[in-house]
Design a protein around this ligand. Sequence first.
Ligand code: GLV
Ligand code: MN
Ligand code: MN
Length: 424
Amino acid sequence: MQDNTSDTVRRGAADPSIGAALMARLDAFAAFSEEPGALTRLFLTPEHAAAAKQLSGWMAEAGMTVRTDALGTVIGRYEGTAPGMPALLLGSHIDTVRNAGKYDGNLGVLAALAAVQELNRRGERLPFAVEVLGFGDEEGVRFPVTLTSSRAVGGTLTPAMMEVADREGVTLSDALRAFGGDPGGIAGAARRDALGYVELHIEQGPVLEAENLPVGIVTAINGATRLTATVTGMAGHAGTVPMALRRDALAAAAEMVLAVEATALETPDLVATVGRIAAEPGAVNVIPSRAVFTIDARSSSDATRRAGLDAITGRLRAVAARRGLDLSLETGHEATATACAPGLIRQLESAVERCGFRPLRLASGAGHDAMAVAAAMPVGMLFVRCRGGISHHPAESITAEDAGTAVAVLLDFLRHFDPSNLAA
Ligand code: GLV
Ligand code: MN
Ligand code: MN
């Protein structure tokens, strides 16, 4: 009987050594963090620079030519059957939330790299180039804007977005210059030349686990708005000012947080979160004069999200008026719901089927770089099961087997990729 082991691997069965090597790399990559023993890697920090350098080295080892674009996105290019062919873009982000898991973003970048590494190992060239992108700003934790690096690739980043500052007062453009990037190079980072963008990402939800499936195909990404609310009252002595005469900014903000939650609870298909709050002057015996908090609202329907935000704004203003406080609301990020390209959905679905799995379609509640890249090209996404649907938490977990399956599906997809009619 003919030995067809390598042929089986070529056809899409997961190679366990690829999954194991990918998991080891994800573990090693998690060491690029601002705090030992926990993973926090924010945009344009020294940890981000160190991770980008490591990623560049791994890309070069995998036979790619490597560059960093003006916004700090690491881009590795694996040529097709002839040099200079149009590229299919793969990737995700290498920034993290605070005290993050190891897989959000990083899996998509390193799985794409593992797929290219396998092509390179086999000396296999495709009839198009493959580029792997490691974006730096998907989480938007450091600056009040987000997806700036993928917006640059999508061609929608504006110079005004570069002038926002982090909590220490460092502007995005100064941080980018210190990183070695170029705030003046935004236009040059836009990609009009690419065939499409495919992002592999952990699901960050419980559906695939419940369906007993390692991977799923994303149909659309929910839209999102992020606001900063500033409540201004009057500081005073905690012992002398009677309760009825206070203009306590933090007590008002507490009521507002509950109003945000109540609105989302009452509105189908709307989720809203207050993830950060700070009060000033911040002393045990002083009535807070100022409270600043964030609001993150999302929905698969842009109309629902906008109506929900109108309702939230109305409730917050009513609280402020009743308590005699000032309220200002500033929008830092707004992304409309993004549909994945039908052609990429179908082709990812076929790859999943050829690898022996039921092709389940699902929507994404989390935001992704794909939503910003979609301004310039068709996008598709493949989700990978994660334990308990847990994400944005150090307990984020995937199996080596699923990691290997994800790379096998990606390889199969690449080997069959047809760039025609992706949008239809
Ligand atoms: C990114 O993870 C987001 O959806 O906020
Ligand atoms: Mn992510
Ligand atoms: Mn995330």
